[in-house]
Design a binder for this molecule. Structure first.
Ligand SMILES: Cc1cc2nc3c(=O)[nH]c(=O)nc-3n(C[C@H](O)[C@H](O)[C@H](O)COP(=O)(O)OP(=O)(O)OC[C@H]3O[C@@H](n4cnc5c(N)ncnc54)[C@H](O)[C@@H]3O)c2cc1C
Length: 391
């Protein structure tokens, strides 16, 4: 049993804990990163790979996604391993006139916010996606949408932070957290203790398991997503693909809730992305299913049927595995990034729902700025913990 002393304890080795730890190491802080399981045990190891700009409503999250994309370009050479960052562009498939009018309005608002995105007709879409089903009437196109391998991103941050002295403790979680003599004392489940001036809670959907140790709870809950993975295939098209209905389920859940049946119960939406290695990730569901991470045969069959509907050619492919991950969702769709009132030196960096990969680089910067007393690049108000305490 030993007591480890660090300037900062970061809890959670997902993309957001790792980006925060890396940024803090770069600023000369001593950091200890603690994970209850191992790196990537949470959503960051069970997700898609997209850095989506097109899915964001104009506003601060779109602005942060722009900034994150810029940071990814730097990270792709700065981090000590290949994070498989690529900019292939993205298309959102539109199936009928009702979706088209919603997407025209959405695209117009994104263009006003500076995103290079347009609606394209069938012919142009078929040049980008030759295998897309004939029933698709149009799509959006943005050349900016990108992707990264989340496992490689975590590895890059981990190696980069460890090279600057970060200590990583896996398979240990805090069992008690107390403020003593101007610092935090964490008693860990492996018998060790950790003393730190600052604690950052980056435990994603599990954030309340840590908040509870301090006697408070935040409106963060798991939103499950199930995904199929195909064998390696030759490229089926140039861009990554989503469906307009996926955007609707993400941005306007009330419209999804109005529909009925199994697809509605699972919050089905279409996401289709070819990885660097040629495996395709086909998703996904959006379910309030507690902390259950099991995949369900009926949900996987729905996802497969939907993929065949958009890309009939996929019926020929073999599925090699499936997985489920838990998005950390919040009551207002915004992550909690900031110090917790009444708990000086205890910061939250959790609640990114379906955007945590895309926003990881800017999240690390934002939290490191707050912790180091530097003004962050973005307004802190929308992310403050206080907003939940008022809700
Ligand atoms: C199916 C699916 C598809 C997705 N696709 C995308 C996408 O294409 N693009 C995108 O931007 N986002 C996507 N997301 C969302 C993204 O995966 C998450 O927002 C992101 O991974 C959250 O990262 P995190 O670091 O905040 O949390 P997590 O990755 O969940 O990390 C939390 C860590 O905390 C650890 N932990 C838990 N309890 C404790 C404790 N008490 N003490 C210490 N450690 C603890 C866990 O073991 C875990 O390692 C997707 C999510 C899912 C489920």
């Amino acid at each position: 049993m030993m007591t480890i002393k660090s300037d900062i304890a970061v809890l959670g080795a997902g993309v957001n804990g790792l980006s925060t730890a890396y940024e803090l190491c770069k600023r000369g802080k001593s950091v200890t990163l603690v994970d209850k399981g191992v790196m990537g045990a949470g959503a960051s190891g069970s997700c898609d790979d997209m850095i989506l700009l097109q899915s964001k409503k104009p506003g601060i999250l779109l602005e942060m996604a722009f900034r994150s994309l810029e940071l990814f370009k730097g990270l792709s050479t700065e981090l000590p391993c290949d994070i498989e960052f690529e900019t292939r562009g993205g298309t959102i498939l539109i199936e009928d006139q009702a979706q088209l009018s919603v997407m025209e309005e959405f695209v117009a608002s994104q263009r006003r916010s500076g995103l290079d995105v347009e609606i394209i007709g069938k012919d142009r879409l078929r040049q980008l996606q030759p295998h897309v089903s004939q029933h698709v009437i149009a799509s959006t196109y943005s050349a900016a949408d990108s992707q990264v391998n989340p496992m490689q991103l975590m590895k890059g941050y981990m190696l980069g932070a460890q090279a600057q002295g970060m200590r990583y403790i896996s398979r240990a979680a805090p069992e008690e957290i107390a403020r003593e003599g101007g610092h935090w004392l964490l008693r860990l489940s492996n018998g060790d203790s950790l003393e730190a001036g600052i604690v950052v809670n980056a435990t994603g959907a599990y954030a309340n398991s840590v908040c509870g140790l301090l006697g408070f709870e935040l409106p963060i809950k798991p939103r499950k997503g199930q995904v199929l993975v195909t064998e390696q295939l030759p490229p089926l098209g140039e861009t990554n693909v989503w469906s307009a209905q996926y955007i609707v389920s993400k941005l306007k859940p009330e419209l999804t809730a109005a529909s009925t049946g199994l697809a509605a119960r699972y919050g089905l939406g279409f996401a289709f992305t070819g990885t660097h290695n040629g495996n395709y990730l086909i998703g996904s569901t959006r379910e309030d299913a507690g902390f259950d991470k099991e995949t369900k045969p009926d949900a996987l069959e729905l996802i497969a049927a939907q993929a065949r509907r958009f890309f009939p050619v996929i019926a020929e492919a073999h599925v090699i595995r499936s997985f489920a991950g838990l998005r950390p969702s919040t009551f207002d769709g915004m992550p909690f990034l900031g110090e917790v009132p009444g708990h000086e030196g205890f910061f939250m960096a959790a609640g990114h729902e379906g955007d945590g990969i895309a926003l990881a680089p800017i999240t690390g910067r934002f939290i490191a700025d707050l912790v180091c007393g530097t003004k962050p690049e973005f307004d802190t108000a929308p992310f403050r913990v206080e907003r939940a305490l008022k809700a």
